[in-house]
Design a protein around this ligand. Sequence first.
Ligand code: PEP
Ligand code: MG
Length: 551
Amino acid sequence: MILIQGKGVSRGVVKGPLYFYKKPDTTVVKVEGADLDAEKSRLEEAKKKSIEQLEVLAEKAREEAGDESAILFETHAMFVEDDDFVECINDCLEGENCNAEYAVKEAGEQFAAMFAAMDDAYMQARAADIRDVSQRILNNLMGVVDGGIDSDVPVVLAADDLAPSETLQLDKSKISGFVLREGSSNGHTAILARTMGIPAICGAGAELVEAYQGRECYVDGETGQIILDPDELTLQALRDKYEKQQEMKKLMETMRGQEDVTLDGRKIKLYCNIGSPDDVAAVKSNDGQGIGLFRSEFLYLKSDDYPTEDEQFEAYKAVAAAMEGKRVIIRALDIGADKQVPYFNLQKEENPALGVRAIRICLNRPEVFRTQLRALYRASAYGKVAIMFPMITSVWEVRECKRACAAVMKELKEEGIPFNPDTEIGIMIETPASVFMASNLAKEVDFFSVGTNDLTQYTLACDRQANDLGKFFDPHHPAVLRALKMAADAAHENGIWIGICGELGADVSLLPTFLAIGIDELSVSPSSVLPLRAEIRKSIAQLCNLEKLEW
Ligand code: PEP
Ligand code: MG
């Protein structure tokens, strides 16, 4: 038996073949003097494969979301065979006597630039489609697998670490578990795993060697154990745990449709954190009462270029409409630090967590911010959308955000586009500055939501990405809990509500503390809703007090 000990960051027991993730190398180099016939037939093969993939995607989109969603893929398939595009590739191949990859890249860039220079906004937006199509043909030429995993069965995905953008681009239906040599519990890949309900382990270290590729392995996302060739006793224990887990899931089903209220009548809202419209299905199946954090930046991370206003509007509208009048809090772009997006061309920083990230980028790039705000306000006509700003430290930032919102509302009004002028505005409390300024900030907004992941990082001066800080990174630290209480008192004194959308919100052991502090809402990964509800319904709020805390 081989046992590798890491840190469990997303619960559950699963098994599957170990699959070591390889970062796809898609750098295109020009090879001159290529065999033209051979390159042409490679190109034909790649185009054929691209069309087949797009047909499958169109069919899947049609089944899941109707004809309208299939159109995008059908248009992409048509573009693969577009006469002008194909002629442009062939001209480059023959004119430069080069490899197919280079010709596709050149033609793709030429066409994308041509569309981007057009006057019509709709045509400009097609530049992103062209890039997408040429990238697909390129991937097929270079043998890059769609969705990153070349396997017919779900695998246990192993890697050193995964950037959030890489995790988002993987085909989740092919992943039963994640095991990372590095990574941390509060990094966005662990957060994504929890949102998707996929067991995950990080910090597995150098013992996780590639020689294990393909071998059946068991993952226990609670204990942090990765096990190959388990002995009889261990195997039985894993099976028992798996069965218990299934029983617990069934038991939790009885919590569906129940109110989130303590035995003595204190109500607390249980919302969910999501990263994409696809996650709404899990919110619904777990009976989340709203969405407390939609990390909108994941739309940007998935994309090869700035998502257009229309693309964003469609995503926000889909979530707002699907939640049928329940609150959907969409956070403005929180890019930077570990969430790097190449096309933003962010400056390299010594300390990116303390650099130009989140609201600082929004305010520094008014056009990017305006596009997102327009999409958000347009979506507000289709459900109960609320907008939230991340990484706030000062009152002037909030005022600038509100000015940007007012300007966008004025534009939409003049254009006759519907929106909700009473859309709630909130901020994240995730810096010590925002805690100290909470009374002033509360006068500016409708709600607070505490980002405990960053608040812990900034309060304790502990990098949330590091996996070796051990007991120094302690989200239960009294300083963090005091900060929570200070923010909650300031919120309530000023008549607004306060929630928690950081990972700490799902920590059942802290529920009595949250009740004592008077937290009004907890936003957690969908799979945490029902267990948390069970705990809330067993609690007596009046008996929860802060005396036991070591203040
Ligand atoms: C947080 O910091 O707690 C939070 C919810 O935001 P993110 O994890 O995306 O930084
Ligand atoms: Mg944060």
